[in-house]
Design a protein around this ligand. Structure first.
Ligand SMILES: CC(C)(COP(=O)(O)OP(=O)(O)OC[C@H]1O[C@@H](n2cnc3c(N)ncnc32)[C@H](O)[C@@H]1OP(=O)(O)O)[C@@H](O)C(=O)NCCC(=O)NCCS
Length: 155
């Protein structure tokens, strides 16, 4: 029988991000160079192209993702999980949810950029079937960005 992680039994929910979530997102973002100001969160929430979702575990906000959908292409602009909730499949659940949104809105591919030094995120994306399609040299202060893509229908 497959062993289940304790967190499998906790209730995960997703909903749209609201202005009231911003202080909590600020507290948990810990995203290094991809740090967003309160203004940036606010701007995204008010942008119709931008889909901003929070994931809750037993009603506590533990993660966030921002996806832009423009015609057939969805672009993941941000994703993070609160440091003390990582490695409990929350990031994976969030990715599944965001990909679902992209599909629902008729996008056919999902693009993202990840720092070449960010192994946890690269592992997550590889698990999801993303492939490296390019490098943006010195995109981040700390190094290069890898451009990754997942497509589910030929365009
Ligand atoms: C990347 C991030 C969102 C992953 O969230 P998470 O909830 O810990 O991810 P999951 O528990 O769903 O992990 C899924 C897989 O990702 C990989 N992974 C996650 N954390 C890892 C780590 N610290 N080291 C190596 N691989 C890791 C593993 O393959 C893992 O599968 P496994 O647990 O079965 O081995 C989280 O580490 C984070 O918020 N990082 C800071 C922000 C960031 O870098 N965002 C990405 C910007 S491009």
């Amino acid at each position: 029988m497959m062993m289940r992680n304790k967190s499998d039994f906790l209730r995960k929910n997703f909903r749209k991000t609201t202005k009231a979530d911003i202080p909590r997102l600020f507290e948990i973002q810990d995203a290094g160079e991809n740090f967003w100001t309160a203004e940036r969160f606010s701007k995204e929430i008010h942008n119709d192209l931008s889909h901003n979702e929070v994931v809750l575990l037993n009603e506590i906000v533990v993660g966030f993702a921002c996806l832009w959908i423009l015609a057939d292409t969805a672009d993941l602009h941000n994703i993070f999980v609160a440091p003390n909730y990582r490695r409990r499949q929350i990031g994976s659940a969030l990715m599944t949810h965001m990909e679902g949104l992209a599909r629902e809105k008729q996008a056919m591919r999902l693009l993202l950029e990840v720092s070449s030094g960010n192994q946890p995120a690269q592992n997550l994306y590889n698990n999801f079937g993303f492939q490296a399609v390019g490098i943006r040299k010195k995109y981040y202060q700390s190094g290069d960005a890898i451009l990754m893509e997942k497509s589910w229908k030929s365009v």
